[in-house]
Design a protein around this ligand. Structure first.
Ligand code: CMC
Length: 429
């Protein structure tokens, strides 16, 4: 925090001094909290110029393509760490030592099952319901099962809720998939790693237990790491906003899942595959590139562009490498959809429209291709994003509750009618 000030000159009013705050890295931030005393608000729909909170968890430099969790570059975490270690880091601020890691992993494994009664919730949904619709419901329902950890002012309760959420999300996600398939739900296996256990619950059945490929488990784990947190995006901000009213953690995470569902956010990985289906063939690419550039056409190239990364998405680089490993493991060489994806990638990277606007493939472009190759249906893609992001959401929720905070309550620029008198129904035209 520095003593530097900004001065706001408002015509016809006294100048307003506003403190300038500095973080450990990143641009200076003008503190406008005292501005209301002058009778003014700021206007920033979409939060393009507004920091909604102070945080120590994740740092992004969109121009340089940098993503750090608690200071550690995402590339190093993806290469040398695993998802549960990354969870520990996000939740606690430091990487665990061997003893801390063993205790954390065992703690998570203690909580992998969900209450048997929760299974009955699934029967209320149609089998063809979108998995994200079911996830919103069953994650919100956790608050009806785990009453013993709902005191948000108790740090121990917050800790147990965080562990429960990280532990139960793969179980719930796999249950959603099995329900849609009409297959028996698989119980978690605590002798497997986090990613192996998820693939086991997804793809094994009680009558056939196949070993999990280490390459696919590693790819899954990387997908989890690369989606674990991304500072104040729409879903994380939703979780913080819901949490600021004192709502319980399971309700807050359900709100985050709802916000993630949209195609401009977590729904993009599913939208990438739907787009590839729609384009159909390499010969149609030119038509679709023209549509993407046409201002009067709502079509966008899904998996391209990012609100913050205006150079490249560092997660996409790691994801591309994992994509190559998975395709080699599965022996996929001549997949027409993949060929289409690679061709789109190449064209968009060289086309002036995309170059001028810094529209690069983002994490969802490659994760969609990997998930499809592993055999995960497209409707489950955003569920997997939600599973992985839960630790980021809950870390931000915990961070917010650990220091003094205010309920989130944005102001507005009102452009509606001014006060007027009601006319009785018989007098209205
Ligand atoms: N295809 C074609 N044109 C695009 C695209 C795209 N995917 N993305 C942005 N543009 C154009 C946009 O039309 C605008 O053009 P102009 O300056 O001529 O008006 C310019 O690029 C700037 O775009 P913007 O809409 O102002 O950028 P934004 O920061 O508001 O939106 C975005 C970011 C991610 C919502 C957007 O790029 C998009 O919709 N991309 C496709 C969806 C997608 O892949 N989303 C996943 C994001 S990564 C996962 C996550 O973190 O949630």
């Amino acid at each position: 925090m520095a003593d530097k000030k900004a001065q706001l000159i408002i015509e016809g009013a006294a100048p307003v001094d506003l403190p300038i705050l500095t973080g450990t890295v990143g641009p200076e931030v003008i503190d406008v909290r005292t501005l209301t005393a002058s009778g003014h608000f700021t206007f920033d729909p979409g939060f393009m110029s507004t920091a909604s909170c102070e945080s120590k968890i994740t740092y992004i430099d969109g121009d340089q393509g940098i993503l750090l969790h608690r200071g550690y570059p995402i590339e190093q975490l993806a290469e040398h760490s695993d998802y549960l270690e990354t969870c520990y880091l996000l939740l606690n601020g430091e990487l665990p030592n061997a003893e801390q890691k063993a205790s954390f992993v065992s703690n998570v494994k203690n909580h992998t099952m969900v209450h048997e009664q929760l299974k009955t919730f699934f029967n209320g949904f149609r089998r063809d319901a979108h998995p994200m619709a079911i996830m919103c419901g069953v994650v919100g329902a956790l608050s009806a099962f785990y009453h013993d950890s709902l005191d948000i002012n108790n740090p121990q309760h917050r800790e147990i809720s965080a562990i429960r959420l990280v532990a139960k999300m793969p179980t719930l996600a796999a249950m959603v998939y099995k329900y849609s398939m009409g297959q028996p739900m698989m119980y978690p296996r605590n002798d497997l790693s986090y990613a192996e256990n998820f693939l086991h619950m997804m793809f094994n059945t009680p009558c056939e237990i196949k070993p999990i490929s280490p390459v696919l488990a590693r790819a899954m784990d990387r997908i989890f790491i690369l989606h674990a947190d991304h500072e104040q995006n729409a879903s994380t901000s939703t979780v913080r906003l819901a949490g600021s009213s004192g709502a319980n953690p399971f309700a807050c995470i359900a709100a985050g899942i709802a916000a993630l569902w949209g195609p401009a956010h977590g729904g993009a990985n599913e939208a990438v595959l739907a787009m590839l289906d729609e384009i159909g063939d390499v010969s149609n690419i030119d038509t679709y590139i023209a549509k993407a550039k046409d201002k009067n056409d709502p079509f966008k190239l899904m998996g391209f562009g990012h609100r913050v990364y205006k150079n490249f998405d560092p997660r996409a680089k790691v994801m591309k490498q994992t994509c190559d490993e998975v395709l080699a493991e599965l022996g996929i060489k001549n997949d027409p959809q993949l060929e289409l994806a690679m061709r789109l990638d190449e064209i968009a990277r060289n086309d002036p429209y995309f170059k001028e606007r810094n529209l690069y493939p983002n994490v969802d472009f490659y994760s969609g291709i990997i998930l499809k190759a592993i055999g995960i249906p497209t409707s489950m893609f955003t569920v997997i994003f939600a599973l992985a992001r839960t630790v980021g959401w809950i870390s931000h929720w915990k961070e917010m509750l650990s220091s003094p905070y205010k309920i989130g309550r944005p102001r507005q620029l009102y452009t509606g009618e001014t006060q007027r008198d009601l006319q009785k129904l018989e007098d209205r035209k």
